[in-house]
Design a protein around this ligand. Sequence first.
Ligand SMILES: [Zn+2]
Length: 123
Amino acid sequence: MGAAPPRPPAADGMKRTPLRGRSVKKAQADRLRKWLRTQFLAIHPDCERCGQPASDVHEIIRRSQAKDAALRPELFVALCRACHTWATEHPRAAHATGYVLWSWEDNDDALEVARIKRRIPYR
Ligand SMILES: [Zn+2]
């Protein structure tokens, strides 16, 4: 591919630089996140809650509460869309059954308890 042809000046004569949609750093993180999700679903093809084919990677700590949650496979749970919707809409019940952790439970012990609640054997 060669360089893009020069853009004609805007009607008002001002030069304009197109806005960059997202930073290089964000684009790299997005690529890594997508790759991690694809790999995780390949390893965990079934919904952990109901056994149907998994379609979603659920993070048991909300991304709003752990900024890097999407890049931390230890927080991932493979779910089907219906179970993912349930976990999102019923956080208290999801917490009781190991599908949600509160932000202050972001530690190895709480993650292990959540695994036990979900009846996943120790690794
Ligand atoms: Zn399910």
